[in-house]
Design a protein around this ligand. Structure first.
Ligand code: G6P
Length: 604
């Protein structure tokens, strides 16, 4: 969501801050700002509506010298995108950048206004600046001021604060929104994501919930929620330095789509051995009688697909739920239940809250399937199965999804091990997974034909995606991709449900995409296809030869590689990703940063 970068150094920090913001821009991007303290104690704040480049141009023109600074890209929650609402927010000598939402901002605002504090924005964040300023004017230093001020805050925050009167100090606090400290030599940094700091350091420590960090050039001291000094582990990042580069590709999304064969290879590395799942990976799961999966967005679709696998192959009962619903329900948790969260970022607020709620509800264990090492979900779960997709920058998730599915098949195999009736599952999963990277590569060769297909969609207002069984969530994911980046209204239906309503929508203006691998349900799906054809709908069917679906009037068949139907959900995802990408290209939308969306949703 919003991005934070801070630096305290002997050199000018503006370029470090701007580069950090550029690398975080994918998280939130309606406005950006910096505040830098120069050597004469002058605080200079610069904010711009729009892209980081607008801020960088302004900084280049004006010149922003100084070795202490904080910076932010904003994704509006409270108050429209505007320069006045952009961070940093300032009160006297205090400047603050903040991610998250202060839920009691209205009452705090009223209290502070009554005491004479003047508000210049509509944001919830501005109360933090005034609260800290009030503590400082009562005699507190910046650390104590932040420690005291946060007692009044309800809600979620990751914040970094500076005081123009304390020229070598940043104070950061975390409660609900992630922050990571970057360690340099004679300089220190802070950011909401380590990606922002990779050009300047590879040594990081994550703040934990409730931590406050006192950061100067020479040292970093971290305090826990009780204000006791604590040590947090410093480790070397494994994220690639150039993870933030597009390379030869026009968009991150296209790059990430093409990275999928390698990302899947990476995710499988060390996990399969001699036709079996590495036994040490998830330990003994034979006591697990039920699985509850919780996730949001694309990750939820991965969970929905996994339910078909876990029940059919391992014979273990499985429920899947959207995290924002699960966290506020009163679910019945049976003994020996495993809670599985799925998340690219590991920081999605609702998924994290669902994990915490799950712990109270008495799940036997928790497992996260996650792409970001050291993220909150990884740290707070009993077990983690990392997808190794590498940094995913495009807002529309692609390689994170297919690697999640890969990891979920590994989980299914581990759940099946030793269970009566599931003896064949592990070997079948391992052999199908071994063939997967090559099949994904083959599916990518459809790029050209899909580019042509995209022409048929670009002028449409609506589209329908159909699938059955484990392809139904893939149809949902295809529809989500099209909505996200090409702004075409797209719905997915389990094809058997067509006649219960959506058939009324079918006419020549409604393109219908069908994912139709050769599986147990293909004959039923063919009947559904006929129902659509009989009503004049225009069909685009992705099917392998074995499905024996022939092109006909108003029906184009796009040839898919032959594959085990077990992994077909992964292989059939590829053309749907490419379709949404090329439709967006024709429409000229902002593919990597679609309007109103953010990559990592760290607010509720
Ligand atoms: C946002 C992103 C989606 C993502 C969802 C869940 O909406 O735009 O691409 O699927 O969050 O994120 P997570 O990081 O938990 O997978």
């Amino acid at each position: 969501m919003c991005g934070i970068v801070g630096a305290v150094a002997q050199r000018d920090v503006i370029e470090i801050l701007l580069e950090g913001l550029r690398r975080l821009e994918y998280r939130g991007y309606d406005s950006a700002g910096v505040a830098v303290l120069d050597n004469h104690g002058q605080l200079q704040r610069l904010r711009r509506l729009g892209k980081v480049q607008a801020l960088a141009d302004a900084a280049a023109e004006i010149g922003v010298p100084g070795g202490l600074g904080i910076a932010h890209t904003r994704w509006a929650t409270h108050g429209e995108p505007s320069e006045a609402n952009a961070h940093p927010h300032v009160s006297g000598d205090i400047a603050v950048v903040h991610n998250g939402i202060i839920e009691n901002h209205a009452s705090l605002r009223a209290e502070l206004q009554a005491q004479g504090y003047v508000f210049t924005s509509q944001t919830d964040t501005e109360v933090i600046a005034h609260l800290v300023a009030r503590e400082v004017s009562a005699g507190a230093d910046l650390l104590v001021a932040v420690q005291n001020a946060r007692q009044s805050l309800h809600g979620a925050y990751g914040m970094v604060v500076l005081n123009a009167r304390e020229p070598e100090r940043l104070v950061a606090a975390r409660s609900g929104s992630p922050l990571v400290i970057g360690y340099g030599i004679g300089e220190h940094f802070i950011a909401s994501d380590q990606l922002a700091l990779l050009p300047v350091t590879r040594r990081f420590a994550f703040l934990e919930e409730g931590d406050v960090a006192d950061i100067n050039r020479k040292q970093v001291q971290i305090y826990n929620r009780q204000n006791q000094p604590v040590q947090r582990e410093i480790s070397d990042s494994t994220v690639e330095h150039d993870a933030g580069d597009k390379g030869e590709y026009r968009h991150y999304m296209l790059k990430e789509i093409h990275e999928q064969p390698q990302a899947i290879i990476n995710t499988l590395e060390g996990r399969l051995h001699n036709g079996q799942i590495n036994a040490e990976l998830l330990g003994d799961l034979s006591d697990i009688d039920q699985v509850q999966i919780v996730a949001c967005g694309t990750s939820y679709h991965a969970g929905m697909t996994a339910r078909y696998w876990i029940e059919a192959l391992a014979g273990v009962a499985c429920n899947v739920e959207i995290a924002s619903e699960f966290r506020y329900r009163q679910p019945v948790v049976r003994p020996n239940s495993l809670l599985v969260t799925i998340s690219q970022s590991g920081e999605t607020a609702d998924t994290l809250a669902a994990l915490r709620r799950g712990k109270e509800l008495g799940f036997a264990r928790s497992l996260t399937i996650c792409n970001v090492p050291g993220s909150s979900l990884v740290r707070e779960s009993d077990m983690a199965l990392m997808t190794r997709a590498g940094a995913e920058i495009g807002v529309a998730s692609t390689k994170a999804f297919t690697t999640q599915l890969t990891a979920l098949l590994v989980l299914t195999g581990a759940l099946a091990r030793g269970r009566a009736g599931a003896e064949q599952a592990e070997a079948r999963i391992c052999s199908a997974l071994a063939s997967l990277p090559a099949l994904v590569k083959q599916a990518l060769r459809m790029s050209q034909s899909i580019e042509q297909l995209a022409e048929r969609f670009a002028e449409k207002q609506h589209a329908l995606f159909l699938g059955r069984g484990d392809q139904y969530p893939i149809a949902m994911e295809g529809a989500l991709k099209l909505k996200e980046i090409s702004y075409i209204h797209a719905e997915a239906y389990a094809a058997g449900e067509l006649k219960h309503g959506p058939l009324a929508l079918i006419d020549a203006d409604m393109p219908i995409v069908v994912v139709a691998p050769h599986n147990d349900l293909v004959e039923k799906l063919k009947s559904n296809i006929e129902e659509v054809r009989a009503r004049g709908g225009e069909l685009f069917v992705f099917a392998g030869e074995a499905a024996q679906i022939e092109p006909a009037a108003n029906m184009q068949v796009l040839a898919m590689p032959h594959c085990d139907d077990l992994i077909a959900p992964i292989v059939y995802t590829l053309p749907l990703q490419l379709l949404s990408y090329y439709v967006a290209i024709i429409k000229g939308t902002d593919v990597d940063q679609p309007r109103n969306l953010a990559k990592s949703v760290t607010v509720e």
